[in-house]
Design a protein around this ligand. Structure first.
Ligand code: PDD
Length: 293
């Protein structure tokens, strides 16, 4: 089964896809990315992801190399060409990245007249691990050592990589990041807590990525009359929560049942998570059948 990727205008086998060693993505991490899930071959919340891509490109002062329509055609072509690598449900995710391009001279400031490098690929989304719904996952808290423009989905992920590895070294699935005593998000996810039945998540700010899954979870909460609030969450409140969840396009909504080695609430996925997971599954089915996007 060949993996076909998109690179600078062409669809090529992944083994043949090459970028220059002088690409500013390679040298400086000078680029942005997106991850877009597709269920049953249909992209989830594509306009929201393309809007966030535009915001990220604006944030690094890089023009969008393609129109929304061109992006959509590339993603659909990748989903089709990689269909045989996906499971029976045909759930895949699109990864795309745009870097500022290649310039022979290494110089921090922007080169003039340079073409961005555009890369996109499709990857199978494995069926959710049933063990997670039974046992949940572990997380640890860490100080957020990142910069102050975390709303830009930048490929420069060294801090996130190091923090995630610190979590993995402690047999945890995610690091929950704390800045000035407030919980911000995970190393590659947004964070929710539930207290007395009320779902809470930090309000959007430049210090966190505005997650598409986060917004969808809040929309589902509103639709199904689950009480929710966007509010600051202190580190102490995180440790006192009845439930903790993390959310992302690839992991969906995952219950955190151990925090820093201690059980969260009863130490099992909580009732509000179970309700939300049911609504999220139903939403994915609606995407599959074309009733929702
Ligand atoms: N990461 N916060 C951070 C720092 C993230 O990297 C991500 C997603 C999220 C969740 O955003 P969304 O719901 O739009 O996926 C929040 C992607 C999946 C990644 O880096 O692979």
């Amino acid at each position: 089964m060949t993996t076909t990727v998109y690179l600078n205008g062409s669809f090529v086998p992944i083994e043949e896809a090459r970028v220059s060693v002088t690409d500013r993505g390679f040298l400086f991490g000078d680029g942005v990315y997106e991850v877009i899930p597709a269920y049953g071959g249909r992209l989830l919340r594509l306009p929201h992801h393309l809007r966030r891509l535009q915001d990220s490109l604006d944030g690094i002062r890089l023009g969008n190399p393609l129109s929304d329509h061109e992006w959509e055609n590339i993603f659909n072509e990748l989903l089709t060409r990689n269909r045989d690598r996906a499971g029976a449900d045909n759930d895949q995710s699109i990864y795309l990245q745009v870097t500022r391009g290649t310039a022979l001279k290494r110089d921090h400031s922007f080169p003039e007249q340079i073409e961005p490098t555009v890369y996109a690929a499709a990857n199978p989304i494995p069926a959710p691990d049933p063990d997670i719904a039974i046992r949940g996952v572990a997380a640890v808290t860490l100080q957020d050592i990142r910069w102050q423009w975390c709303d830009i989905k930048a490929i420069t992920l060294l801090a996130n990589v190091l923090m995630r590895q610190q979590a993995v070294d402690q047999s945890a699935a995610e690091a929950l990041l704390v800045r000035d005593g407030l919980v911000i998000e995970g190393s590659s996810s947004n964070v929710f807590v539930v207290n007395d039945g009320v779902i809470q998540t930090p309000p959007k700010s430049p210090l966190m990525l505005p997650g598409i899954t986060r917004d969808l979870a809040l929309e589902l909460a509103a639709l199904h009359n689950l009480p929710y609030r966007e509010t600051d969450i202190s580190e102490a409140a995180l440790h006192d929560a009845d439930e903790i969840w993390i959310s992302s396009s690839t992991r969906e909504i995952v219950p955190v049942t151990r925090l820093d080695g201690k059980p969260v609430g009863g130490g099992e996925p909580g009732p509000v998570w179970k309700t939300m997971a049911r609504h999220y599954r139903a939403y994915k089915d609606d995407v599959r059948s074309g009733r929702a996007d």
